[in-house]
Design a protein around this ligand. Structure first.
Ligand SMILES: Nc1ncnc2c1ncn2[C@@H]1O[C@H](COP(=O)(O)OP(=O)(O)OP(=O)(O)O)[C@@H](O)[C@H]1O
Ligand SMILES: [Mg+2]
Length: 354
């Protein structure tokens, strides 16, 4: 069956016809702007990435680099105003149709129909999604009934299956309880069941395990990975934890100050990081292998803070914190250099090394 484009797309952007058949989500040149009384400030400055079916893509970067606003923009949940999508396309495949979400009204019916069915999101705090006044089972049944024509009885059976699938013991008992009667890990599992109840093609997860202890975190991450592989779900996983990235990701995009500064497969990013920021993030992770070294070398944090920006807006935004900065980094925006078929880095060092 041929792909049908539901909405008009910008004439200046690449057409959605070019969306390959296995790509579930294609974010192209996405810009998100914060508008205030003192003018407009771009928070996300033209990022592009694809997620294929069954693939887990991680967005990593320090606090404030724009990871959450990117996922909220995809879900149509940006706080508007003051935030809005001001450029680019968000192409979502839904069966044989492709929709440019950037052209839909976030609060409109078309978006509401896609949320929960074609795409869903797991948040860090389960109570963002769960209603404290309703029993766990009922909440999942309601989502299933909203998006499918299953009978109440069939939706109930599916809800119990989902609870079982995410590793909740005695699902009949848990379904009949309220969210506050569950532990944090169990609540997170209920939220995952809720997110996966309608078998969405796209799953977004924004730091879903940060608040959990390490054992529960590992179990939940395994669950997400197993379920998305079984169901061929495209997953966007947001984290600042490189351990999580190593455990989950197929592909990684490293964000700095609203831009993707390096992209690659998980292997490329961990084995051969090219951008000094990616190298800095990796060097900031405590390592037993570095145990033999002097205490000061074991942890090697990136100097300064994300708020340290260059005076010249045309400069590389990482320049004030970069140990390897060249003269031109202070005055010229670096281009996106192709390193391999799957790896790119936005850095003058790459250009100079050729
Ligand atoms: N509703 C809002 N109003 C104003 N500014 C906002 C709003 N939401 C986010 N921002 C700003 O947008 C930038 C990106 O925020 P975002 O929440 O996407 O960061 P993040 O990468 O998810 O960080 P963290 O790792 O801390 O979650 C930050 O500078 C933040 O202050
Ligand atoms: Mg965030």
């Amino acid at each position: 069956m041929s792909t049908q484009i539901l909405t008009t797309t910008r004439p200046d952007g690449p057409g959605p016809d070019s969306l390959p058949a296995d790509v579930q989500l294609s974010v192209r040149d996405l810009e998100i702007t914060l508008s205030g009384s003192d003018g407009a400030k771009p928070l996300v400055k033209g990022i592009s990435f694809d997620i294929r079916r069954g693939e887990t893509v991680c967005l990593v970067g320090e606090s404030g680099c724009g990871k959450s606003v990117t996922s909220l923009a995809i879900m149509g949940l940006l706080q508007t105003p003051p935030l809005s999508v001001t450029r680019g396309q968000i192409l979502l495949r839904d069966g044989d149709q492709v929709t440019d979400l950037a052209t839909l009204a976030p609060r409109g019916r078309a978006y509401r129909d896609l949320r929960g069915r074609a795409m869903s999101m797991i948040f860090q705090e389960p109570m963002t999604s769960l209603n404290p006044a309703h029993k766990n089972g009922k909440q999942i049944v309601e989502v299933i009934r909203q998006h499918t024509d299953l009978s109440r009885r069939a939706a109930w059976a599916r809800m119990l299956d989902m609870l079982r699938l995410v590793g909740i013991p005695s699902p009949e008992i848990r379904a009949d309880q309220y969210p506050h009667q569950l532990s944090g890990g169990m609540r997170q599992r209920v939220m995952i069941a809720l997110a996966l109840a309608c078998d969405p093609g796209l799953l977004l997860a924004d730091e879903p395990t940060t608040a959990l202890d390490v054992t529960t975190q590992a179990q939940i991450l395994n669950e997400i990975r197993k379920l998305s592989q079984q169901r061929d779900t495209a997953t966007l996983f947001i984290t600042h934890d490189l351990g999580v990235v190593a455990q989950l990701a197929d592909r990684v995009h490293v964000m700095y100050h609203g831009r993707i500064v390096e992209s690659g497969t998980v292997r490329e990013i961990f084995k051969d990081p090219r951008h000094p920021y990616t190298q800095g993030l990796l060097a900031s992770v405590p390592s037993l292998a570095r145990d033999e070294q002097a205490d000061t070398e074991r942890l090697n944090p990136i100097p300064g803070s994300v708020r340290d920006l260059p005076a010249n807006p045309a400069a590389c935004p990482f320049q004030p914190r970069c140990r390897k900065a060249l003269e031109r980094c202070a005055s010229e925006t670096p281009p996106n250099m192709t390193i391999s078929e799957t790896q790119t880095a936005r850095c003058w060092l790459e250009a100079e090394s050729r």
